[in-house]
Structure formats: C-alpha cells, structure tokens
Design a protein around this ligand. Structure first.
Ligand SMILES: *[C@@H]1O[C@H](CO)[C@@H](O)[C@H](O)[C@H]1NC(C)=O
Ligand SMILES: *[C@@H]1O[C@H](CO)[C@@H](O)[C@H](O)[C@H]1NC(C)=O
Ligand SMILES: *[C@@H]1O[C@H](CO)[C@@H](O)[C@H](O)[C@H]1NC(C)=O
Length: 316
C-alpha cells in the first residue's frame, strides 16, 4: 500500500516536471530566426557581387519576396584598406580608420542589413518601441564569393567608433523624461543600451545589429506577459538565447518549488496518519492523555503500551 502511494507521487512529480519544461518548446521562434536570416542575407548579398566586384562599392542584394521589407547589401574590401582608410559611407554606417578584423583575412565582405518592418519580429524588445529599423553590419571572409554558411568575422574599432546615422527616426511619442536609446544586439543575442549621439546616431565598436528605441510608457492596450519582463529578458523568437535561459531558469525554480511543496505535503500526510491511528485507538475505548511533542499536541498512551513516537525529523 505504501509502495503504491509513493509511485503515485513519483508519477505526479514527473508529470509536473514534464509540464513545466513545455514552455521551452513553445518558445521556439515561429518562422525565421535572426541568426538564420543573418546566414540568408550573407548568401543573397554575396550573390549580388558582380563577377569581379570593385572594392569599396556597395552592391544591393536581391531579396526574395517572402522577405519583402528586408534590404541587404555587400561591400568587398581589403582588410588593410579597412584598417587604414575605413569606409566614409556605407548606407547608414560611417566606418573610421582603425577597424581591425579577426581572424585575419585578406579580403572581407561587409554585409549590410536593413530589417525594415521585420525589425520587431526578429529582434523583439519588450517594453520598447523602435523609432528606426534594425540595421546590421556583419563581416565575412570574401575570398570565395560563392560560399554560404560562412562564419562571421570579428571586427573591432580601436581608434574611433563606427557611427550609424538613422536618417528617418519615427518621432518619439511625447514621453515624460524618457529619451530614446541606442540598442545594440551582438551575435550572441545580448542587448546593450547606449545614449543617442547628436540626435539620430549611434556609435559602435563592433559588428552586430543596431537601432534606436524608446521605452513605451503606457501599458499596451493588449498587454501580453512579455511586456512586463525586463528588456534583457528577450522575447519570443529572434535571438533565442535570452528567452531560453529565462525559460530554463523559470522552469527549474518551478520544479524545485513543486518538489519542496510535495515533500512537505508527504511528511504532513504521513504524520497525520499516525495521529489518526492513535485517535482511532481513543475511539476504541482506551483513554489517551494528550501531551506535547515539539509544538504539536499528540495523544499519548499511558501504562504498558508502547509510546507513540512522532518522526523526530519533523519540524512543523
Ligand atoms: C523564401 O523562399 C525561398 C525560396 O524562394 C526559400 O528558400 C526560403 O527558405 C524562404 N524563406 C522564408 C523565410 O520563408
Ligand atoms: C513588410 O512590408 C511589406 C510591404 O512593404 C509586406 O509585403 C510584408 O509582408 C511586410 N512584412 C512584415 C513581416 O510585416
Ligand atoms: C524617410 O521617410 C520618408 C517618408 O516616410 C521616405 O519617403 C524616405 O524614403 C525615407 N528615407 C529613408 C532614407 O529611409
């Protein structure tokens, strides 16, 4: 009988564990993820290079219609030229001299992204409203222009920062004291906030995705739970790392809380049973005197009967 009971508990606990892990699977981004779009845009942008691409000239990518709203481009450069001269203007980006590439390649392809109306889908930022599209600048080895699934190179501005000028900021809603912030997503999915420079620009020292956003003051008319989370909690889809970490942490906390609760319940249950058995003995005609064990009153049999002993570990 006792064995049956404990197996029921084990079943319940396992079910609860499984249930609490389910959000992890629900959190999968629907459709395309930010990282898979990075790979697609590298492919589309490199295809835009002519047979013998001129260096330092941006080539616009042809984007398939199922991604309409997204723009991409590619520019081929010698890494020595990037380091010594920079790129005066590449779409919204101004790249000063002193930008180094790691690991070293002789020629690199700088791929530009403008995510347009896909910005908040691929880079959800709960509690914030984008005032500009998310723009990206990623570097790849350009020795083989037909290559796809290339790993990104690491670029770093050491003298002056790279400047990103957003020409067309959506006018910020009249918010009391909330100023727009530069947002930077690195390739690992973490978010950093920084001050806006000269009204509509952001500075950067490395590759990634950039935009300008302002905290949304009023709770949205159709609030969802994500809006309550802090900005670095991420959200559904996009850079999945954050939301995944939070889901895992949340699930673990949930599982441990439930386990703790179950252990307490189990002890209570066992204990209650003992007391009950002794009370049945009272009903059976024996007079039991009540005595204190710990903080609880428990019936105590007098005379020759064996004394009931409550579990010594139990502290209510
Ligand atoms: C868009 O269509 C292309 C084929 O034209 C397909 O390879 C790609 O996976 C599609 N992308 C999305 C995001 O649906
Ligand atoms: C973005 O806008 C284009 C039209 O400019 C539309 O075709 C596309 O469906 C939109 N995409 C999203 C994700 O809203
Ligand atoms: C700025 O916005 C205007 C109107 O919304 C549009 O016509 C123009 O193309 C935009 N310019 C850029 C650089 O996005």
């Amino acid at each position: 009988m006792r064995i049956e009971q404990s197996s029921v508990w084990i079943l319940i606990v396992s079910l609860l564990c499984i249930l609490s892990w389910l959000p992890l699977f629900n959190a999968q981004p629907r459709g395309i993820s930010a990282r898979s779009l990075d790979a697609l845009l590298q492919d589309y942008a490199f295809r835009a290079f002519a047979e013998h691409p001129r260096t330092g000239i941006p080539y616009d990518a042809r984007i398939p219609s199922n991604l309409s709203g997204v723009e991409g481009a590619a520019m081929r450069l010698r890494s020595g030229s990037l380091r010594n001269r920079g790129v005066k203007r590449y779409k919204e980006f101004q790249i000063p001299p002193g930008v180094a590439v790691q690991p070293y390649v002789e020629r690199l392809g700088l791929v530009y992204h403008n995510l347009g109306n896909w910005s908040s889908i691929l880079y959800p930022l709960p509690g914030f409203t984008y005032l500009a599209p998310v723009l990206g600048l990623l570097a790849y080895d350009a020795s083989d222009l037909s290559a796809s699934s290339l790993p990104e190179l690491y670029i770093r501005a050491s003298l002056k920062p790279i400047l990103i000028k957003f020409p067309n900021l959506t006018s910020a809603p009249p918010a009391d004291g909330l100023s727009p912030k530069c947002v930077h997503f690195d390739l690992q999915g973490s978010v950093q906030f920084d001050n806006v420079v000269s009204g509509n620009a952001c500075s950067a020292t490395q590759q990634g995705h950039f935009s300008i956003a302002v905290e949304s003051t009023a709770p949205s008319p159709a609030p969802n739970t994500a809006a309550v989370l802090p900005p670095n909690a991420g959200g559904r889809g996009g850079k999945g790392n954050y939301s995944k970490v939070w889901t895992v942490v949340g699930s673990l906390v949930g599982v441990f809380a439930l386990l703790g609760l179950l252990v307490v319940l189990l002890i209570r249950c066992k204990d209650g049973k003992k007391v009950q058995q002794m009370e049945w003995a009272v009903d059976g005609g024996e007079t039991l005197q009540r005595t204190s064990v710990g903080n609880t009153k428990a019936p105590l049999a007098m005379g020759t009967r064996t004394r009931p002993v409550l579990e010594t570990e139990y502290v209510p």
